[in-house]
Ligand binder design. Structure first.
Ligand SMILES: [Zn+2]
Length: 300
C-alpha cells in the first residue's frame, strides 16, 4: 500500500520544519493510536506515554523514512514495537495481540508469549526503513498482490472467503479452529488457502513483480497483512458503519472485522470516531447554549 499524496505533502512540510504541519499530523493520528494502546495498556497515562514516545521516534526517524508505506501503518508499527518493549519490561502486565484475542480457547496454536512473532519481526523505526532492497521489493509486490485479492473479494461481495483469508493470515488461526469458527469443513479451508496463495503468486507473475521463493510466500503473507492491513475497512467505512448507513453485506463484514476478528487497528479507529462524535455533540450543545444565552450576558 502506497502513501497518499496528502501524506507526502504533509511529510514534506514537516521535513521543512513546518510546526503547523506537525501539529496537524499529531492531531490526525493521536486519537486512534491512544485507543489502540489502551487496548493493551489499560492505564490511560501509560497509553499516552507510549503514544508520545511513538511520535518522538517518528520525528527522529523522519530523515530515514522512505515513504513506502502510509504514515498510519508506519506509526502503528512503531507503536506496536513500543508496546512490546513495555511488555518485556519488568513492570509489564499481561497484554494480548490481535490473534490472541480471537484465539482464546485455541491454546494449541497460541504462542506462550503473545509478542514472540512481533519481536522476531524487529519492526523498530530504523529496521523498518532500513530493510534491504530485495526484501522491500518482495514485500511490496506481495502487498500489491494482496491488495488486488482483497479488492476482488470486496467487489464481488465474497466476504465469507475474505473472512477466512483474514483468519488464516491475519489471526494465524489453524485450519481446524477456522473450521469451527466459520462452521465449514477443514478441507474447504485448505482449498481457500491454496487458492489464495495461487492467486497471489499468479498476480506477481502476471505483473512482472519481483518473484518469491516457494517457502517465502506463506511466511511473508502474515507480515505483509500486519503491516499493510489490506483488508481493513477505510476510516470512512467505519464511520458509515457507526452511522448504520452501510449496505447489509458490508455492515456484516465490518462487524465481523471489528467484533469477531477483533482488529485492534480498526477498533482503535472506531473508538476514536465514537469519541469525536461525542466531542462534536458536546461542542454543538455548547454552541447552542452560547447562542441562546449570549443575549442575556451583562454588557459593560
Ligand atoms: Zn482492521
Amino acid at each position: 500500500m502506497k502513501p497518499t499524496a496528502a501524506d507526502k505533502y504533509l511529510i514534506d512540510r514537516i521535513r521543512s520544519g513546518d510546526q503547523g504541519a506537525w501539529s496537524q499530523l499529531i492531531d490526525r493520528f493521536r486519537g486512534r493510536l491512544v485507543s489502540f494502546a489502551r487496548a493493551k495498556l489499560p492505564q490511560r497515562a501509560d497509553a499516552e506515554d507510549v503514544v508520545q514516545e511513538t511520535f518522538i521516534a517518528f520525528i527522529k526517524s523522519l530523515p530515514a523514512f522512505r515513504q513506502e508505506s502510509p504514515v498510519e501503518s508506519y506509526l502503528f508499527a512503531i507503536l506496536r514495537r513500543k508496546i512490546s518493549d513495555t511488555y518485556r519490561s519488568p513492570h509489564s502486565r499481561h497484554i494480548t495481540l490481535i490473534q490472541d484475542v480471537y484465539a482464546k480457547g485455541a491454546s494449541e496454536d497460541s504462542p506462550s508469549n503473545p509478542f514472540s512473532n512481533l519481536a522476531s519481526e524487529e519492526l523498530t523505526a530504523s529496521s523498518y526503513v532500513g530493510r534491504d532492497e530485495d526484501r522491500s521489493a518482495q514485500l511490496a509486490s506481495l502487498g500489491e498482490a494482496l491488495n488486488a485479492l482483497v479488492k476482488n473479494h470486496k467487489a464481488n461481495l465474497s466476504f465469507r472467503e475474505l473472512q477466512i483469508v483474514e483468519l488464516l493470515f491475519y489471526s494465524q488461526l489453524s485450519n481446524s479452529n477456522i473450521a469451527k469458527v466459520m462452521d465449514i469443513s477443514q478441507q474447504h479451508i485448505a482449498v481457500i488457502k491454496h487458492r489464495c496463495i495461487k492467486q497471489v503468486r499468479g498476480y506477481i507473475q502476471k505483473c512482472d513483480l519481483p518473484s518469491l521463493g516457494e517457502s517465502g510466500i506463506e511466511s511473508m503473507l502474515t507480515e505483509v497483512w500486519e503491516s499493510a492491513r489490506p483488508s481493513c475497512p477505510k476510516r470512512s467505512t467505519i464511520g458509515a458503519y457507526l452511522l448504520e448507513t452501510l449496505e447489509k453485506p458490508w455492515a456484516q463484514y465490518v462487524d465481523f472485522h471489528l467484533n469477531k476478528l477483533g482488529c485492534h487497528f480498526c477498533r482503535a479507529n472506531l473508538q476514536d470516531l465514537q469519541e469525536q462524535t461525542k466531542e462534536d455533540k458536546t461542542a454543538q450543545i455548547h454552541n447552542r447554549i452560547m447562542e441562546s444565552t449570549i443575549g442575556f450576558l451583562h454588557k459593560p
